[in-house]
Design a protein around this ligand. Structure first.
Ligand code: NZQ
Ligand code: ZN
Length: 385
């Protein structure tokens, strides 16, 4: 195996009623709490009142930070950081999906810094070391953002949707019941994001060893596929929602990545698509994945054939290449079965969008089995239309 270091700072409270742990957790921190959330679902579902009740009972002074949008912007990060400084916030409680949690991770770092964090991370390649402590209550699962310190932030003026490093949550509350009100399209899109995280890790290097990490990835992928199928028949199935919520955290808490160099080329391309179109993350991935994999599976035939066999239950064909292709087509068929879009047109993306600008601004990764060129990224985008 490759050498690795593994340690985890986030305490997870999982299951029905897990919000009861917020009050004792908050006893460890100061009085002023930033309550950060999205565009309105929290108030509609009653979760806002529930959390406000917990904070009030804990004797906290609450500073409201509403309106964190899907694909959170850098301007929103700066708004949050200014609020944290102005009100002397001691603790940030992010209540929402990946967008709210990501925004807060960078708010937490920016509030402690004199300099602009975007410049610091992207130009100087320096990363924050001091944070306003934070925790998360996950209301929509899929990104796994609650269990890592990565954040995806859109810099609107620069047209970059980029990965940044921010705070870890000191605790995360994962109650599958909170996901029951998420629009079903978003539930499936989030679950596909989880599948994508597992795939982008599994297809990363190395291929010949680190088998335990890959075996666990396969289990996560099979579980996501099976539980999406349960939800397609029974939207409110608690067990399936639980499995998906934990799979989401597992795919992004570092365990699958132990000893691996992940790929994430599909994510890089989707993020730039998002920078130009503000599209839904999981849907963008669903469109790009099969197209991108058709381009590379021949170069990584043995690994893609293993994926076909172990994830999709496909019997070996005459050659590894044929088995590999069958695996990619099984993924494409599943995307259709799950009701996810299969083209940018189905996503409602204007076909006249500047695909070349998207390809040209996408980070090129080392690649899982074949390093793509910008020309190939453009071809992939054109095939997605
Ligand atoms: O804003 P509100 O009104 O709350 O509505 C949200 C939002 O419209 C709604 N929602 C959330 N919980 C709900 C609910 N609606 C009803 N009931 C509830 N309980 O769901 C919508 C989508 O929320 P959002 O947080 O945007 O979705 P998701 O969790 O998929 O997060 C997407 C963002 O995370 C980034 C993505 O790029 C995107 O910006 N990612 C973050 C990652 C990370 N930090 O590790 C990894 C991922 O690859 C991903 O890139
Ligand atoms: Zn993702």
């Amino acid at each position: 195996m490759n050498n690795f270091t593994f340690s985890y700072p986030t305490k997870v409270y999982f299951g029905k009623g897990a919000m009861e742990h917020i009050k004792p957790e908050l006893a460890k921190y100061g009085r002023t709490v930033l309550l950060a959330y999205g565009g309105g679902s929290l108030r509609k579902t009653g979760v806002y009142d529930q959390i406000l009740g917990i904070l009030t009972a804990a004797g906290k002074t609450v500073v409201d930070f509403p309106g964190i949008m899907p694909n959170p912007t850098y301007a929103k990060v700066q708004e949050g950081a200014a609020l944290v400084r102005e009100k002397g916030v001691d603790f940030i409680l992010a209540v929402g999906g990946g967008s709210v949690i990501d925004c807060c991770k960078i708010v937490s770092a920016q509030a402690k810094l004199e300099e602009d964090i975007w410049e610091m991370e992207t130009a100087k390649k320096q990363f924050p070391a001091e944070f306003v402590p934070m925790g998360a209550v996950v209301t929509a699962s899929g990104t796994g953002s609650e269990m890592n310190n990565g954040a995806v932030i859109t810099h609107e003026e620069r047209k970059i949707k980029g990965g940044m490093m921010g705070a870890y949550n000191s605790f995360a509350v994962l109650d599958p019941e909170l996901t029951m009100t998420v629009p079903f399209r978003q539930v499936i899109s989030g679950a596909f994001d989880t599948l994508s995280h597992a795939m982008e890790t599994y297809f990363g290097q190395p291929h010949g060893h680190n088998n335990l990490s890959d075996d666990i990835s396969e289990a996560v992928m099979r579980s996501v596929i099976a539980n999406i199928r349960v939800l397609l028949r029974d939207h409110g199935n608690y067990e399936a929602r639980s499995e998906l919520m934990w799979a989401s955290a597992m795919a992004e808490n570092g365990i699958l990545k132990i000893g691996k160099v992940t790929d994430f080329q599909c994510h890089q391309l989707e993020h730039q698509l998002g920078a130009y179109t503000d599209c839904n993350h999981g849907q963008g991935l669903a469109v790009i994945h099969p197209v991108l994999y058709r381009h590379i599976c021949g170069a990584g035939a043995e690994k893609f054939a293993r994926f076909a066999r172990n994830v999709w239950g496909i019997a070996d064909r005459a050659t590894a290449e044929e088995t590999a292709q069958a695996g990619v087509e099984a993924l494409a068929d599943f995307i259709r079965e799950a009701g996810l879009p299969a083209s940018f047109t189905e996503m409602g993306i204007d076909p006249s969008k500047d695909l070349k600008a998207i390809a040209d601004s996408t980070n090129l990764t080392a690649g899982c089995c074949k390093k793509l060129s910008r020309e190939e990224l453009l071809e992939i985008l054109q095939e997605c239309v």
